[in-house]
Ligand binder design. Structure first.
Ligand SMILES: Cc1ncc(COP(=O)(O)O)c(C=O)c1O
Length: 370
């Protein structure tokens, strides 16, 4: 089937770009003797998980417990969950995973550590954890100066085993130009280097120094501090990564195939793709270096100025768009776009080669009523 035969809007996936992105990032990690445990919330697909595994991913970082369980099913032995848990059902799920594989939870607070430790004692299981370090995002994490005190506070929880430290420099997305990315690499690497040295000098043995984001990866991977990397967005890339100098248009694997459906005013054109397809996300953590709601390939000067739920409004002062034309849009934030579909239509040279199911989406797993 040709791309031309797909209904619009459809979320399409350029397989050459996907495979090149995976090879580029994994290749860099492996060349630099680092492990790559990708953050898989970007694609939420078992099939793409398999491509990452086949290309050297030795573990994964997950954004949900559904992703953790799917990763175990897909054959991963090293599974890290990015956030702390405190809810009883979630704790039961992490205990189950801990019995089956090298499962690592992340912790940054006393209460959560206490709750997990109590349940782990009941079940006679040890839970591996990585301490979350705040490197500037100011979301989760202990500030670097407080790490020793915090570890001292939770020392009594002897069913918790410290295996590493982790961070995420998500504040890199507030960079406005490529030159600014380096500052965030320094935040990431510098903070983890400080904490590693501090903890080592107090007798703590850290197997994993783990962190990652797509923009900081290319520089951070060359440094010796971090030994496990967690980029996520790199599989698809998007308009935000273009704005940060990480990739070019041709590298952006995930696109929205849409049609121009009306030209109601001179330079205004309407698309059959809106917020329920592209997502309203202007980028993680407040990126404002991009204009509009995506890049229309071949019409880069046209601005997708607003989105309603099912339609988008474009200002094309050059008036090059035509009603009836099919266009491909690179979304601003591909992770959000990917979460708005059940299927990626994966193609090469305009031929749809296969349909990849987005099978690990949040709330897509039916819970059993008892
Ligand atoms: C904790 C954590 N690690 C890694 C990543 C991956 O970052 P990126 O998508 O920039 O590669 C994310 C993304 O949100 C994250 O939340």
């Amino acid at each position: 089937m040709k791309l031309d035969n797909l209904s619009t809007p459809s979320i399409i996936l350029n397989l050459d770009a996907l495979e090149n992105n995976i090879k580029r990032f994994h290749g860099l990690a492996l060349e630099n003797n680092k492990e790559i445990w990708p953050m898989i919330k970007t694609h939420k697909s078992s099939e793409i998980l398999k491509i990452q595994k086949d290309n050297g991913a030795s573990g994964v970082l997950c954004g949900t417990l559904d992703e953790c369980e799917a990763s175990y099913k897909a054959g991963f032995e090293n599974i890290m969950y990015a956030y702390p848990v405190s809810d009883e059902i979630a704790i039961q799920r992490i205990i189950k995973l801990s019995k089956k594989c090298n499962f690592i939870i992340r912790i940054d607070n006393f209460e959560s550590a206490k709750l997990i430790d109590e349940k782990a004692k009941d079940e006679n299981v040890k839970i591996n954890y990585s301490l979350i370090i705040n490197c500037g995002l100011n979301r989760f994490g202990i500030d670097k100066e407080n790490t020793l005190n915090f570890l001292e506070e939770i020392k009594e929880f002897d069913n918790l085993i410290l295996v590493g430290i982790s961070s995420h420099p998500g504040h890199v997305y507030s960079a406005k130009v490529p030159e600014e990315v380096e500052k965030y690499v320094n935040d990431e690497v510098g903070t983890l280097k400080y904490v590693k040295k501090l903890l080592n000098s107090h007798g703590y043995n850290l197997k994993y120094i783990s962190s990652g984001s797509t923009p900081t990866f290319l520089k951070a991977v060359k440094n010796n501090t971090i030994n496990v990397f967690h980029p996520g967005n790199y599989v698809f890339l998007d308009a935000i990564q273009i704005s940060l100098g990480i990739c070019k248009e041709k590298d952006c694997a995930l696109r929205v195939l849409a049609s121009v459906i009306s030209n109601p005013r001179e330079s205004n054109f309407m698309l059959d793709a809106g917020a329920k397809c592209l997502g309203l996300d202007q980028g993680a953590h407040g990126n404002d270096s991009i204009k509009g709601h995506g890049i229309i390939i071949g019409h880069e000067n046209a601005l997708i100025e607003s989105l309603s739920e099912e339609v988008g409004k474009v200002k094309d002062t050059e008036k090059k768009l035509r009603v009836g034309e099919r266009i491909q849009i690179i979304p601003n934030h591909s992770c959000s776009t990917a979460n708005l579909t059940n299927y990626f239509y994966a193609y090469r040279n305009n031929e749809v080669e296969k349909i990849i199911e987005v099978d690990i989406r949040g709330n897509s797993k039916k819970q059993i009523l008892e």
